[in-house]
Write a protein that binds this ligand. Sequence first.
Ligand SMILES: [Zn+2]
Length: 89
Amino acid sequence: MPAADTPRAARRPRAARTAPPLGSLTQAAHRENAACTHCGSERVTQLTMSLTDGTPVQFVSCHVCEERSWSSAAGPLSVDGILERSRKR
Ligand SMILES: [Zn+2]
């Protein structure tokens, strides 16, 4: 019997390397940006301002959960604390 061996066409699967979209998930490991104190998201707006008594504070507003937090060099501040300091002169 003749060898009816038809050699299989060497199918080379194309190594279609789809490059991952840049800048979507990968971020620099070094994070300086503030993160939401509630959900941990970095999609926050960070503002630095001074209270009426001159205390420099950082205001972080989260775009994800709408958490708003204040903090100073001394640590996190409550909104009440902010208002209180704003009243005092
Ligand atoms: Zn959040």
